[in-house]
Design a protein around this ligand. Structure first.
Ligand code: SF4
Length: 465
């Protein structure tokens, strides 16, 4: 970070340490329409409109054997493998239902299984789920096929099964390797276990490994966390995600068991992040945006350098323009110009499927203004810059009155960030500075007009820092 650390001040943190969307989608999920306004018939229309040249597939496996105290995911805690059997029946039926509304088969260039814990499934169940998926969504040659695993419940046989059917990317939850931190977050995972899992995955031919870490956890300090980073660097993953812990005990009751007095706050938390950027940058990793790092030889780092990086619900990617189909409870699709989320509640999901209906919970058909703002925000978050002319070329009608006029209020909101050195206006380009990359969500929020004009529900978003 060099010079940027010198100008990172408590005052800056106070000014920009607000709450806001994470922008995994634009518009963010709380502004989507609920089932009474966007239900199965709108879902069917989305599927019928799927016309993108490529496809991607996400499958959600919601089960975990025990709950980590920091978790903010939609999970079902159980130790009963039979529950997974019934779930796979529902997913199979959902794939069939979706298939009835999709006009043709086009191979998938990207597949991701997430959770929960996909390796809650036995080897036989993993094979079954794979067969369900590829029957309707065959793989394109060279497809990226990734799965999230929890080393605590993943054995070599499961890894071999995943590699055998075609998975080539692995994402492991680690969070922190310090025993005291692990105890406080209810996730005991010896570093040797993580090491052995990665070694087995490499042997089995997984070509790309991602490690998830979290900063802002109880008892973390720069010194302790630097040890976690050392452990992870020894494992040499291609990618590292370093998420900001969102402590929302009002929303997630289990987080109340986390000792709040042990949480690093404010400046300490931001220092954990900037120190990590320093360490990883000197060890051959590129900070590609928000909370993600890629080794310099990884295609994401190259795409970031070339200004062609993309982002979708599965994270950063080099692949653009796909219709993203999604299956399972709470799964989110992005098809035919609409976002669609399935019922997060397992019972409601199963009941809809059993009734032969799509399990739609909420969704949104994106307006022209949504598409324009989404493109602008994504370019900023993926490539730290956006060209006004480039945007005008892609949205000629909407930007016919001129960028300055269409985004007048947004540019007013951006002015203080320019004055504070977070953003630079360089001719045609709006550029996030290295210091501004720490506050990228704040920059994106400037262009999120509905957030400021009071449209949509009042929502408790997580803190940007
Ligand atoms: S393994 Fe992941 S999804 Fe499951 S409880 Fe822990 S953090 Fe949540």
């Amino acid at each position: 970070m060099g010079d940027e650390r010198l100008t990172l001040s408590a005052e800056l943190l106070e000014r920009y340490g607000t709450t806001g969307p994470r922008y995994t989608s634009y518009p963010p999920v709380p502004r989507w329409r609920d089932r009474d306004q966007f239900g199965p018939s709108e879902h069917r229309a989305a599927l019928a409109a799927a016309a993108a040249p490529t496809r991607s597939v996400y499958v959600h496996v919601p089960f975990c054997e025990r709950r980590c105290l920091y978790c903010g995911c939609n999970v079902v805690i159980t130790r009963s493998p039979e529950r997974a059997e019934g779930y796979l029946d529902w997913v199979a039926r959902e794939v069939e239902l979706v298939g009835q509304h999709v006009s043709e088969t086009r191979p998938a260039t990207q597949v991701h299984w997430g959770g929960g814990t996909p390796t809650f499934l036995s080897p036989g169940q993993l094979e079954r789920l794979w067969a369900i998926q590829v029957e309707r969504f065959p793989l394109a040659e060279g497809a990226e096929v990734g799965v999230e695993i929890d080393p605590r419940v993943t054995d070599r046989e499961q890894l071999a099964t995943l590699a055998g059917v075609g998975f080539n990317r692995l994402s492991l939850g680690v969070q922190d390797t310090d025993p005291k931190v692990q105890e406080a977050i209810g996730r005991i995972q010896p570093v040797e276990l993580t090491r052995d899992t990665i070694a087995a995955a490499r042997e089995l031919g997984f070509g790309s490994i991602n490690v998830d870490l979290i900063y802002g956890l109880p008892h973390q300090s720069e010194e302790r966390f630097s040890q976690t980073l050392r452990h992870v660097l020894e494992l040499a993953p291609e990618r590292i995600a370093l998420f900001n812990y969102a402590h929302l005990p009002q929303r997630f009751k289990h987080q109340r068991a986390i000792p709040s007095e042990a949480l690093p706050s404010g400046m300490d938390k931001l220092r954990l992040f900037t120190s990590a950027i320093d360490v990883l940058s000197t060890q051959g990793y590129r900070f590609i945006g928000l909370d993600h790092f890629a080794r310099e030889d990884d295609e994401l780092a190259r795409a970031h350098d070339a200004g062609t990086l993309q982002r979708n619900f599965m994270g950063y990617s080099t692949r653009a323009g796909s219709d993203a189909f999604a299956f399972g409870a709470s799964a989110i699709a992005d098809v035919g110009g609409r976002y669609v989320q399935n019922e997060p509640d397992l019972k409601a999901y199963g009941a809809a499927i059993a009734a032969g209906e799509l399990p739609t919970r909420r969704g949104l058909e994106l307006s022209g203004d949504d598409l324009l703002r989404r493109a602008l925000i994504l370019r900023l978050l993926c490539n730290d810059r956006v060209s006004r002319q480039g945007l005008a070329a892609d949205f000629p009608q909407l930007l016919a009155p001129g960028f300055e006029q269409v985004f007048a209020r947004d540019l007013e909101r951006l002015a203080p960030l320019v004055a504070d050195g977070l953003v630079r206006l360089e001719g045609d380009w709006i550029v996030i500075t290295p210091l501004g990359r720490l506050f990228a969500r704040n920059v994106a929020m400037c262009f999120d007009e509905p957030l400021h004009s009071g449209q949509g529900p009042r929502v408790q978003y997580s803190k940007t820092h």
